[in-house]
Structure formats: structure tokens, C-alpha cells
Ligand binder design. Structure first.
Ligand SMILES: [Zn+2]
Ligand SMILES: [Zn+2]
Length: 412
């Protein structure tokens, strides 16, 4: 056997939710995991002299899988409108920087939820061809949105059932991995976050066309009617899943939650992207103070956060499947901190072990790559995160990154 590596750690968490292995080891052959178990049981093939990586105080985990990123964006408080003047070339360069940051933070697979024009797919190809470092990307290219709808500046406007089919076919031609659709408006100024964007007929045409080509559909929804429309159309994942009425009031809907659970539709909550905005206003308040409008905004954001955390707990209790994804790049959430979303999940009725399984195995399944990544098992790709401490004690330890391996290559 050629190109063998052994990685040893004080603790090994395989991502399946099984108890951690003390003094665990991985044998890696090429890009894949050949063996996982306790160090004393490791057998090196005769005549082989693998490269050995030792982390006696470290924890070995599957590389993290972030189901929601926007590599185009800085996550420094900028609105999508602030970035309109930036060229595609500049967006791509920032994406290159962000992809490296995200990989080195321990995310070995990420689902790109929308980039402008061809920048997302170019980034993906550049990483695959080895031009630049980055996580393995599952990309939608451009999100599909109504005229003037959320993220329309990314270039994915489409209207009407025929328009939806054409838009999907165009993206399939460009070799996207999944289809992202905005079923409501969002943070884009010309859009309406609390109103449905598409009719069920339009969404059904999109889902039908996407599924015909074997592509999963992720549906952004910040209003209850958008969630319902996405469910009616058969979308595979509800993104944000904010139970907002058309007047913006958050009102958890148990019937809709039941449908989400029954249909096995994934939910990507994106908790921290909201918290990041709260934190940035709070630090502004400490440093330079807030004006009246900002004080009111901070107050409103906190109330929304509290209500949606309560609703999200009910959603989880109803049996919804959670797919963690950061939404990093958006607004005040920079790339390289997916762990903050996992830590925020623990504010819900979720244990540290469940949060780890969610951010590895479950998120991998939710984006259609569960067969190749998300757990430390023989036959899977050798994507490994090594943290300095034990994340089961405090999930913050997930951010103390000692090493990252992607497809068996030591990248950090
Ligand atoms: Zn969104
Ligand atoms: Zn997003």
C-alpha cells in the first residue's frame, strides 16, 4: 500500500454519535480512510512505513460540513447592495480568500448557497483543479429568484413556470450540484421577506425539473407562507425556516412543523447569522453608542431571536431533521467560524455530541454527500479535523484547530 498515513489522537469522535474512543487512531490510504479504532488495535501492513501524525492531547473528528456558505461576501456588516459595484473578478478573489479560511478552520465540505454569475462555479472548479485551497464545494451557482427578489443581483432571476424550467436547465448545463430558490424575499432591499415570492405552480415546476436531473432543492424561506409553498412543491430543504406572518410577526406553526417532520424535509436554521448582527450592534453600542433607530433595531432583533429560538426548539421536538449551515459571508458573519453555528445550536435542546453529529454526518446527508464524507469510517474520504481540546466538554474547543486533513492531504 502506498501513501499511508496514521493519525493518532487522545480522543476520537467518529461522527456517528457512538461513544468517543480513547487513544484513537486512523489509518489513511491515499485519499480514503482504511481503518478506524483504538491505537492498540492498529495493524500496519507488512513492509509499510506510514507517515505518523501524533496528537496525544487532541481530538480527532470528521471534517466539518457547512451546509450554507456565501464565499463571495465579506461578512463584515456589508449589505448585498454595498457590494453591487464590486466586479465579479473581485468577488472571486474574495471567495478564494474565504475558501482557504473556511478550510483551515476545519470545514472540509461546504454547500455554496449563492454567488454572483459564474464566480461560485469558477471557485469550485479552481479548488477541484488544485489552483487554490478550499473545502470540497457543493454549489448552486446562482440562486433562482423572482424579478427584483432576494439576491437578484447574483444573476438568477426567473419568473413563470416555463422560466423556472429554463433557469434550472441553464444551471444544470453549467453543472451545478443543487438548486437554490428564494421562496420569499430576504435581506435584499427590493424584496419582501415576509411575503411568498413564487406561486406553488412555479415552485413545483422548478422542483420537478431539478429532481428530474437528480438535483436537490434548497428553499430559502423567511415567511410561513414561503415554507408552506416550498413543502407543497416538494423542496428537500427549508433554509432559515422563519415562521413569520405577512406582517413580520413570528408565530410558530405546529401544523407546518408537523408537515416538515413527516416529509423528512431538512431544516437549515441559520441561528448565528442573526446573533452575529446582534453582537455587532452590541459592540457598536459599547464603543460609539447607538442612535434611536439602532437601539430600536437591536431590541427588535433580540425579540425575534428569542421567539425563533423558542420556535426552533418546538420544531426539533416535532421531529424535524436539522442541517447546520452557517450562512457565513452574509451580513455580519465572516467565513471561518462555522463552529459558532454549532455552539448556537447548543442553546436549543441539543447536546454537544448531537451538535457534532449534526455538523458532520447529518449536514453531509442533507446536502447529498453522506456516502463519501461526514463520519470517520473506513471507505470514506479522509477528511479529518483535529482539535486541541475535548469538544464534548465544551463545544468551543471545536474552534481550537490543531490540524485539518482533506482527502488524506494535510492542509493545516
Ligand atoms: Zn437565505
Ligand atoms: Zn444564505
Amino acid at each position: 500500500m502506498e501513501n499511508l498515513k496514521v493519525i493518532r489522537g487522545g480522543l476520537l469522535i467518529d461522527g456517528n454519535g457512538s461513544p468517543p474512543v480513547k487513544n484513537g487512531a486512523l489509518l489513511i490510504a491515499g485519499s480514503q480512510i482504511a481503518w478506524v479504532g483504538p491505537q492498540q488495535d492498529l495493524k500496519i501492513p507488512d513492509g509499510a512505513s506510514p507517515e505518523v501524525f501524533d496528537y496525544p492531547n487532541g481530538t480527532l473528528l470528521p471534517g466539518l460540513v457547512d451546509a450554507h456558505t456565501h464565499m463571495n461576501f465579506p461578512g463584515d456588516g456589508s449589505l448585498i447592495e454595498d457590494l453591487e459595484e464590486e466586479t465579479d473578478e473581485l468577488l472571486l478573489l474574495r471567495s478564494v480568500m474565504n475558501a482557504k479560511k473556511h478550510l483551515e478552520s476545519g470545514v472540509t465540505t461546504a454547500r455554496e448557497n449563492g454567488a454572483r454569475n459564474k464566480t461560485g462555479l469558477s471557485l469550485k472548479e479552481g479548488i477541484e483543479r488544485g489552483f487554490v485551497p478550499g473545502p470540497k464545494l457543493v454549489s448552486c451557482g446562482r440562486p433562482i429568484t423572482i424579478r427584483g427578489g432576494h439576491c437578484w443581483t447574483m444573476g438568477g432571476e426567473a419568473d413563470g413556470t416555463e422560466g423556472m424550467r429554463q433557469a434550472v436547465r441553464q444551471l444544470v448545463k453549467e453543472q451545478v450540484d443543487f438548486i437554490k430558490v428564494m421562496t420569499t424575499g430576504g435581506g435584499t432591499k427590493t424584496s419582501f421577506p415576509f411575503l411568498p415570492a413564487y406561486s406553488v405552480e412555479e415552485l413545483s415546476a422548478l422542483v420537478d425539473e431539478a429532481h428530474k436531473f437528480g438535483k436537490l432543492v434548497g428553499a430559502h424561506a423567511t415567511a410561513t407562507q414561503g415554507i408552506i409553498n416550498a413543502l407543497d412543491a416538494g423542496a428537500d430543504m427549508i433554509i432559515h425556516c422563519s415562521f413569520n406572518d405577512s406582517d413580520g410577526t413570528y408565530r410558530y406553526d405546529p401544523k407546518v412543523a408537523e408537515r416538515i417532520a413527516e416529509t423528512g424535509t431538512w431544516v437549515n436554521l441559520t441561528i448565528y447569522v442573526g446573533l452575529a448582527r446582534i453582537h455587532s450592534l452590541e459592540s457598536q453600542s459599547r464603543e460609539s453608542g447607538l442612535d434611536e433607530t439602532e437601539v430600536a433595531l437591536l431590541d427588535q432583533l433580540k425579540r425575534v431571536h428569542e421567539a425563533s429560538m423558542k420556535g426552533s426548539n418546538q420544531l426539533i421536538q416535532a421531529g424535524a431533521k436539522i442541517a447546520p449551515g452557517s450562512d457565513a459571508g452574509w451580513r455580519s458573519y465572516p467565513l471561518g467560524h462555522f463552529q459558532k453555528e454549532l455552539v448556537a445550536l447548543c442553546d436549543l435542546d441539543i447536546s454537544t455530541m448531537q451538535a457534532i453529529v449534526s455538523g458532520t454526518k447529518e449536514s453531509a446527508k442533507s446536502i447529498g454527500v453522506g456516502n463519501s464524507v461526514g463520519t470517520l469510517e473506513s471507505g470514506k474520504q479522509a477528511d479529518v479535523l483535529v482539535t486541541a481540546g475535548n469538544p464534548l466538554e465544551t463545544l468551543d474547543a471545536l474552534s481550537s484547530v490543531e490540524a485539518v486533513f482533506k482527502d488524506g492531504v494535510h492542509v493545516k
